[in-house]
Design a protein around this ligand. Structure first.
Ligand SMILES: [Ca+2]
Ligand SMILES: [Ca+2]
Length: 181
């Protein structure tokens, strides 16, 4: 089972994806995160970029979140997320699935698709898309950007995601992936 630290991180992850506090993750709430993100990045609703972003998020929902819906009500409850994480993390297939999930989310957040998640993309995704406090998100980015380059690449992102979900070390940089908790 999870340590207290891991459980707190998973609870926080759930809350980041449930900005309105609906108590469950649904396709519309996840798509709304992407729509807010597209708007702040300046993409018109009908632009190719907005379509790409939406498709990436729908894909993320389909491959990452919807398999967690064990009772088939099209909502991912906190317990379903926790349960799925507990099953997936210890085994190799599960770890591969998380790698895929991390990549898919990177693709969403890297709005201009240049392979770099720059600070502004990161801040807009979590402050505007997910409604976290901007100051908090900026601070989080500074802790994640270990090389001080102003962006995260996919390899760094994968490592940070891995740390966020699996590390039991309270000082692991990846713990800051979704802001403070
Ligand atoms: Ca469900
Ligand atoms: Ca980018």
């Amino acid at each position: 089972m999870f340590t207290q630290l891991q459980q707190r991180k998973i609870d926080h992850f759930f809350e980041v994806l449930d900005p309105d506090g609906a108590g469950a993750l649904t396709l519309p709430t996840v798509v709304a995160i992407g729509d807010r993100y597209a708007r702040i990045r300046g993409y018109a609703p009908d632009s190719a970029e907005a379509h790409r972003l939406r498709a990436a998020l729908e894909h993320w929902w389909k491959v990452v979140l919807s398999p967690m819906d064990t009772d088939g009500d099209h909502r991912i409850a906190r317990e379903e997320l926790t349960q799925r994480m507990a099953e997936a993390l210890p085994d190799a297939d599960g770890a591969d699935a998380f790698r895929g999930a991390a990549d898919a989310f990177f693709e969403v957040a890297d709005a201009n698709g240049d392979g770099r998640l720059v600070k502004d993309e990161y801040v807009d995704m979590f402050a505007v898309g997910c409604g976290l406090a901007r100051r908090d998100v900026i601070q989080a980015f500074q802790r994640l950007d270990l090389q001080g380059r102003g962006y995260l690449d996919l390899d760094e992102w994968r490592k940070l995601v891995d740390e966020f979900f699996t590390s039991t070390d309270a000082d692991a940089p990846g713990n800051w992936l979704y802001g403070s908790y």
